[in-house]
Write a protein that binds this ligand. Structure first.
Ligand code: PLP
Length: 393
């Protein structure tokens, strides 16, 4: 059997392996606190679940148009236009997809091939690099530095662009570092992109509603100068605690729309129909569950940052978005992945080693605070005990 070359290069997401190991340890009777996984520890709000149930009862269980039911595409466009003045999103440019990941999969497939370069954040969501490698394109990491508050640097990003660059992937608020790129920096980046008209931009804004300390999320949708080459990735997974529903949406420039529709027809036909009705209820219904969830994350964020900073050899800057802290562990003397494994196996705390998000992740751990405050407290106590009792392996 000979698989195409891409499968020798495709990567994966270690968070899923850590989750599986944590579950295995738990079923063997070990008490494990999971600060590894990137999913809200909240229930999908009841009115959203009810909308899916009602849809099924109403007989909404057949195929829909490949890029989604018109009412949902209209609602997505209306919601974005209301939230971001100047966005001017047309319902026709919306594609409903089975999860946020599917937009990156589609965009990278559309632009990646041998001989071209694709820029992506490092540390960053691991699937960007994995998919770039799959297509045979050259992955070019954009350093996301702690010294820059884990934000993109416009000048550094622009300096990496050359005539081979075809796609630029941005992510703010960001996984795994929790950084938010300030508006002034995005202004500079977009101004610089005017000299590179052949570069398409994929902006992953899946954490757009998870911002703290009165930060404002700046959507790339608000920049008219790049509208004809911007792909926006977003979805319901994080905002409405719907990771398992597999629901996402993207906004596509006119030139890509038909390619996107054809990809959907070839691969998934349409998104699960009752889930689309649930998605509609999520964005048109009450938003208080989102506020409550974000307020809860905020409280945990403050706690976890303070607690991590008390640990020997650990320092942690305050993340401004998403639900991750990215503590610097260099002074513990531990290598990141060794420490993450030891914490899971010996201390019963799941975290993810920084290198699972890119080369620049060495020296860091990703700590998801999508877990209850008592669990987070206990987890940090366990880490403290472990670091005090064990020398670096
Ligand atoms: C930055 C980022 N983009 C996209 C996704 C994918 O989201 P989904 O679960 O909807 O596929 C994630 C999930 O962790 C993420 O962190």
């Amino acid at each position: 059997m000979q698989l195409v070359d891409g499968f020798a290069r495709i990567g994966e997401e270690n968070a899923f392996a850590v989750l599986a190991r944590a579950q295995e340890l738990a079923s063997a009777g070990k008490d494990v606190i999971n600060l590894g996984i990137g999913q809200p520890d909240f229930q999908t709000p009841a009115h959203i679940v009810e909308a899916a149930v009602q849809a099924l009862k109403n007989g909404e269980h057949g195929y829909t148009p490949a890029t989604g039911i018109p009412a949902l595409k209209e609602a997505v466009a209306a919601e974005l236009n209301e939230r971001y003045s100047g966005a001017n999103v047309s319902p026709d440019s919306v594609a409903i997809v089975p999860g946020g990941k599917v937009t990156m999969f589609a965009a990278i497939l559309m632009f990646g091939e041998p001989g071209v370069e694709i820029l992506y954040p490092d540390p960053g969501f691991p699937i960007y690099r994995s998919m770039i490698e799959f297509t045979g394109a050259t992955p070019v990491p954009i350093p996301i530095r702690e010294s820059n508050g884990f934000a993109f640097s416009a000048s550094e990003t622009l300096s990496l662009i050359n005539e081979k660059t075809r796609l630029l992937i941005l992510n703010s608020p960001a996984n795994p570092c929790g950084g938010i790129t300030p508006k002034e920096e995005i202004d500079k980046l977009v101004a610089g992109l005017e000299s590179h008209p052949n570069v398409t931009i994929l902006s992953d804004e899946i954490y757009d509603r998870m911002v703290y300390d009165n930060e404002q999320h700046t959507s790339l949708l608000t920049y008219a100068s790049i509208k004809d080459r911007l792909i926006l990735l977003n979805g319901w997974s994080k905002t409405y605690a719907m990771t398992g529903w597999r629901l996402g949406y993207s906004i596509w420039p006119d030139e890509c729309l038909d390619a996107m529709r054809k990809l959907a027809v070839n691969a998934w036909s349409c998104v699960n129909t009752p889930a689309q009705f649930a998605a509609l209820a999520a964005i048109t219904g009450p938003q208080d569950s989102v506020t409550t969830m974000v307020d809860t994350f905020d409280e945990r964020r403050r706690y976890v940052v303070e607690a991590l900073n008390q640990l020997p050899g650990v320092s942690c800057i305050t993340p401004k978005g998403a639900f991750y802290a990215f503590p610097n562990i260099k002074d513990t003397g531990w290598q990141s992945k060794k420490l993450a494994t030891a914490l899971l196996e010996e201390a019963g705390v799941a975290t993810i080693g920084g290198p699972d998000f890119g080369i620049l992740g060495e020296g860091y751990l990703r700590v998801s605070y999508a877990n209850s405050l008592p669990n987070i407290k206990l987890a940090v106590e366990r880490i403290n005990h472990f670091l005090n009792e064990n020398s670096p392996a």
